[in-house]
Ligand binder design. Structure first.
Ligand code: ZN
Length: 387
């Protein structure tokens, strides 16, 4: 069995194993694996400590990152004094495309093809993957009513076929469910089989379907159903549609979110509040979940900020900027990432009752590698690797 399949299939086991590993068990693990009501408190101070601890770790263990920090004249004491997180050196998405962090052998290489044809490769060791899985389990617990009757319908390949494509692999992690079926063989959706399985679940009092798919796969299922003049009424039970991994692709394909959701409601009979999008990108080791009000709530350990493209300083809450992530959960690579997405981070209260930062993605920067800050950042990182 490949490490990939083992990890994906054994998601529950992996989390359990980590729980037992008391020696390395810190407060971040505790939040990831056991945290409840995590969207009620103010975690800013604790988050700063987690980020600082991770920064300490990467400055020691990652030579490219250490050189990047030195090149920028970064001193950890300045950060400790000012508590200004803008000081932390960021890696551009471009540095993962140059494969700067794939040197170690004892890691899983998670790859994703970018919109410009380039491939990002992110090396994850066992503990980093366990934490990634933990962030999914944490969000499922916080945002979904989980029951023993829930069954996973994955419109994606089986874990052993998913290879290292990150978004496909993400779906396989929904093996957190007791019972899971996969409906992609090779590259294609088995629409009829998916529909028949869902129809059987609709009639079964002991089945509550949770459908996980990329937006494009879900559209393919809905189109098949429309072509065959069939629909389902899954709203009678605790059913969910979870879309994941296809945000950038969906933006490219111009999938109209409003029309898309209306179609899901019409064909599957679900309440609009039970359709949720979850956000991740290959460089990020945490998942960002959407609440019943449609807001993407940033988990307590993750710092997300919108930065000015000119000086990378954090802009005012609610203002559009280049999104930057300080993720303390990965250990085998630094999770301090300047993305090529534009968006806002706001502290406004959400009607769902949860508090803390809310992320809104607006659009993708075009060819950030050719712009000032992105170019400079990836040059820093690549110069570091050659030293
Ligand atoms: Zn909310």
């Amino acid at each position: 069995v490949s490490p990939l399949a083992r990890v994906a299939v054994g998601a529950r086991v992996a989390v359990a194993v980590t729980r037992m590993r008391a020696a390395n068990y810190d407060s971040l693990d505790q939040m990831l694996y056991e945290g409840t009501d995590s969207y009620r408190g103010d975690w800013a101070a604790q988050r700063f400590d987690w980020v600082l601890e991770a920064l300490d770790h990467h400055l020691v263990h990652s030579q490219p990152y250490k050189r990047l920090a030195q090149g920028m004249g970064f001193r950890i004491s300045d950060l400790e004094e000012s508590r200004n997180l803008d000081l932390i050196p960021l890696l551009s998405s471009g540095s993962f495309k140059q494969n700067l962090f794939g040197i170690e052998t004892n890691v899983m290489r998670c790859a994703s093809s970018g919109t410009m044809g380039s491939i990002s490769v992110v090396p994850r060791d066992a503990r980093t993957i366990e934490r990634f899985i933990g962030s999914i389990a944490h969000g499922m617990k916080e945002f979904f009513d989980q029951t023993e009757r829930q069954r996973g319908f994955i419109l994606g390949p089986r874990p052993e076929e998913a290879r290292d494509l990150w978004f496909a692999y993400s779906w396989s992690l929904t093996s957190l469910y007791n019972d899971v079926d996969y409906f992609v063989r090779g590259e294609s959706l088995q629409a009829e089989a998916a529909y028949e399985a869902l129809r059987a679940a609709e009639a079964d009092d002991n089945a509550e379907p949770a459908i996980a798919a990329s937006p494009s796969m879900l559209v393919a299922l809905l189109e098949w159903m429309a072509a065959h003049g069939v629909s389902l009424d899954l709203g009678q039970k605790n059913s969910w549609v979870i879309t994941a991994g296809g945000w950038k692709k969906a933006a490219q394909a111009q999938i109209d979110q409003v029309a898309f959701r209306a179609d899901v409601v019409r064909r599957l009979g679900l309440a609009p509040t039970n359709i949720r999008d979850i956000f991740n990108m290959v460089e990020l080791n945490s998942i960002i979940f959407e609440c019943e009000a449609g807001a993407k709530h940033v988990p307590p350990w993750l710092e997300v900020s919108a930065r000015s493209p000119y000086d990378l300083k954090t802009v005012e809450p609610g203002e559009v900027g280049v999104l930057a992530y300080l993720d303390p959960s990965p250990l085998s690579y630094p999770g301090f990432i300047l993305s090529d997405d534009l968006g806002t981070v706001s502290d406004d209260p959400c009607s769902c009752g949860r508090n803390g930062p809310i992320l809104t993605l607006t659009r993708r920067l075009e060819a950030i590698e050719e712009r000032g800050c992105g170019l400079k950042m990836s040059r820093y990182a690549s110069a570091g690797a050659e030293l």
